[in-house]
Write a protein that binds this ligand. Structure first.
Ligand code: FAD
Ligand code: NAI
Length: 467
């Protein structure tokens, strides 16, 4: 924390999540006098991502995956083990990961000469910010206030039995039945955690498919795999209300198109129907910082309509992803010092950390068709990959899409174990505007899952050799 009596800065960043803290570190590296303000009651940096998002969810995904594997797959490979769940310890191990990483940001702040203060930041005028009654002045303000859970009318979240992702990461007892409203990223990740730990998990999804926006072949294969794992899907259905009774919850639903009511009972209901930008109490009205109808701050190259006020991350447009927020934070810091800060929105990977994982970058086939872009497609199943077969993890495939004439890679869509890591190769290739042939002719180590990416790239020109 700053011991500087002079409350005057080059940059004040409101919000200490991946957008804010990375922007602050880059500002510090570039020699700017920078302050990051964070309002979390727990007085921890890292935002949604480190405290209640990416990190705790991945910790629980990892632990629950090991638990399930030990229980169901070890015997098949010759390991006889008696396995017992210790949920308290699992939750403690998750907290340990969170605490280590949030403390790590304080260390990075110190290292890069970033001041931080815990309190509520409010923009009071051009270049002025109030933090819990103390006035600060600054040349630039960066709004990085993130997002919050979207509410469903008639469904009151109490974080005990009707939970958001935050409560779902802290349940102290495995629910008998969990009903998940929304089969998107949060639902599938946290639904997977509690299914592995023993809950019966049912999804009620408004659309007729899961994971909206993803490649349709991936959606279909994912649905098949998740059903095989025991998750139940009520697609094309919406929740109209949740009633609390003495013996649990009763969830009323009807077909999305109307009519056809159906009720479900549950011990825990997880509401995950999306997130909305969080700008409450920020003072946007004072300087008339423009937002769209849904509350997202309008920006042009991260600049709001008010000079020297910038906005990044979940509170502005684009995918609500930590790495997108991070890249925007870096770009803004660089633009402030006159460098060419830039984010390539065509190459932002998205990953769903289920088992198997799902990853994607660039355009889907559906988008290419819609945009009238001619494309070629290469696909390779993990069933034909030697490493996947050694590991008995053969579900899924890699798909690469390239321009029909230039062969430039336009997108990649994968489902399979570790595809969250495999996508990085395609991202790098796309940044270099590589052709699918560039991947196809690059030597890939054997036996690795990366060979599936190479074979899919070979398949674009019809010469995959291992299927
Ligand atoms: P945030 O991380 O939300 O940080 C904003 C911070 O600003 C908050 O800490 C808030 O307290 C603070 N703040 C707000 N207003 C004020 C104010 N007026 N004064 C002071 N402080 C203020 N993304 C991924 O890329 N990968 C994942 O695996 C992933 N998993 C997720 C899992 C879950 C369960 C959830 C909920 C989200 C997940 N996300 C994931 C999304 C990711 O967390 C967000 O995209 C990311 O945190 C956005 O970063 P941000 O900096 O814009 O906002
Ligand atoms: P989401 O947008 O991924 O999924 C919400 C789902 O709820 C959609 O399928 C939607 O059709 C459905 N839905 C909406 N209203 C409904 C209703 N009334 N009844 C039934 N279904 C309804 O949002 P989610 O899962 O809440 O995640 C929020 C954000 O967090 C995402 O934008 C995602 O980017 C981010 N996130 C990212 C992760 C990752 O990168 N691995 C992990 C978790 C979250």
């Amino acid at each position: 924390m700053s011991d500087d009596k002079n409350n005057s800065y080059d940059v004040i960043i409101i919000g200490g999540g991946p957008g804010g803290y990375n922007c602050a570190i880059r500002c510090g590296q570039l020699g700017l006098k920078v302050l990051c303000v964070e309002k979390r009651d727990n007085k921890k940096l890292g935002g949604t991502c480190l405290n209640v998002g990416c990190i705790p969810s991945k910790a629980m995904l990892h632990s629950s995956e090991l638990y399930e594997e030990a229980r169901t797959s070890f015997a098949d490979i010759g390991i006889d083990a008696t396995v017992k769940l210790n949920l308290k310890k699992m939750l403690e191990s998750k907290e340990k990961a969170v605490n280590g990483l949030t403390a790590g940001i304080e260390f990075l702040f110190k290292k890069n000469k970033v001041d931080h203060v815990f309190g509520f930041g409010k923009i009071t005028g051009k270049g002025t910010v109030d933090i819990d009654g103390t006035a600060y002045s600054t040349k630039h303000i960066v709004i990085a206030t993130g997002s919050e859970v979207a509410k469903l009318p008639g469904v009151e979240i109490d974080e005990k039995t009707i939970v958001s992702s935050t409560g779902a990461l802290e349940l102290t007892k495995v629910p008998g039945k969990m009903l998940v409203i929304g089969a998107g990223v949060i639902g599938l990740e946290l639904g997977s955690v509690w299914r592995r730990l023993g809950a019966e998990v049912t999804f009620v999804e408004y659309l007729d498919h899961i994971l909206p926006g993803l490649d349709v072949e991936v959606q279909k294969q994912a649905t098949r795999i998740f059903k095989k794992q025991g998750m139940k899907f009520e697609l094309g259905r919406k929740v109209t209300g949740v009633n609390k009774g003495t013996s649990g919850l009763s969830v009323d639903t009807e077909a999305s198109a109307g009519g056809k009511g159906k009720a479900f009972d549950a011990d825990v209901v997880l509401v995950c129907i999306g997130r909305r930008p969080y700008t409450d109490g920020l003072g946007l009205d004072i300087l008339k910082v423009a937002t769209d109808k849904r509350g997202f701050i309008e920006t042009d190259h991260f600049k709001t309509n008010v000079e020297n006020i910038w906005a990044i991350g979940d509170c502005t447009h684009g995918p609500m992803l930590a790495h997108k927020a991070e890249d925007e934070g870096v770009a803004v810091a660089e633009l402030i010092v006159g460098k060419a800060g830039h984010v390539n929105y065509d190459v932002i990977p998205g990953i769903v950390y289920t088992k198997p994982e799902i990853s994607s970058v660039g355009k889907t086939e559906e988008q290419l068709k819609e945009d009238g872009i001619p494309y070629k497609k290469g696909k390779f199943p993990f069933q034909a990959n030697s490493r996947a077969r050694c590991n008995h993890e053969t579900d899924g495939f890699v798909k690469i899409l390239a321009h029909a004439e230039t062969d430039e890679i336009l997108g990649a869509h994968m489902i399979g174990v570790n595809v969250g890591d495999l996508i990085a190769e395609v991202c790098l290739a796309m940044e270099f505007k590589a052709a699918s042939e560039d991947i196809a002719r690059t030597c890939h180590a054997h036996p690795t899952l990366t060979e599936a990416v190479r074979q899919a790239a070979m398949d674009v020109e019809g010469w995959a050799m291992q299927m």
